[in-house]
Design a protein around this ligand. Sequence first.
Ligand code: CP
Ligand code: NVA
Length: 306
Amino acid sequence: MKKDLLHLGELSREDFRMLMDRALEMKARRRLGIVDRPFAGKVMGMVFDKASTRTRVSFESAWARLGGHPMFLSTGATQMSRSEPVKDTARVLSRYIDVLVIRTYAQDLIEEFAKWSSIPVINALSDRFHPCQILSDLLTVVELKGGFDKLKDLKFAWVGDGNNVAQSWINAAGVLGFSLMLACPEGYDPDGDVLALAEERSPGRVKVVRSPEEAMAGADVVYTDVWASMGQEEEQKKRENDFKGFCVDEARMKLAAKDALVLHCLPAHRGEEITDGVMESHPELWDQAENKMHMHAALLDCLVNK
Ligand code: CP
Ligand code: NVA
């Protein structure tokens, strides 16, 4: 049976551990200059309906450096833009390529691709989830906070919109059982079914509050993201108003643990969800971005070569 990565709720604790271990191993080999070619002779297709710098480049780079050929398929240049049904496109692409990475709006579209494809399908962001992001973010936390088994003892704070990135964090907290407090303004809570699944798996570990200060108090990891995600550009002004007081700034950072990590999936809007000063004093943000490449290599290896 082929395996997909559609959201993190479908992974087990052991899946997370295996991906972290594999990513650390692949990163170390790359640091030593060892050239591995696990994807030689294979093709990765990429369908991106939304902008991307990090996810696209890190997937392409990981695949190419490990011997594979990446093929970027912009929707407008394929028959998908002329309404070819997903079930036809998916079955045809499955005959040509070895794995498909998709970034789009509707989670259902990615799930439909997965249903009709005979190759692994990877969710590279939908309006609902961003699973690859949280896998690589956890890799950064594992590296900087003492290993995989320490995760369950850490306190994670989310400040901002209960969006796709937040919902993947909630999925991960449900499986791994770490403490996650999300500060969201009223009207911007994560979806109830996502919260309910985490509550069922790890009761009492995920909480939604209204105060960034409450979420950040004593936090080991502080995470934020843009107030208006891709596709919500016309809500920017309203959101700037609704998210007042939800900035990760120097004063609020004093509430977090002294050695707290600051993470952001990027791109960041300095002066909105985070200040320039906080960003420039947390270099782990760049390790976080780098780790997307190592985690994508591990994920592709686990899905394509196993
Ligand atoms: N973090 C992230 O997914 O960045 P991109 O939108 O640049 O891919
Ligand atoms: N929540 C953001 C994440 C970007 C990586 C968005 O969906 O635009």
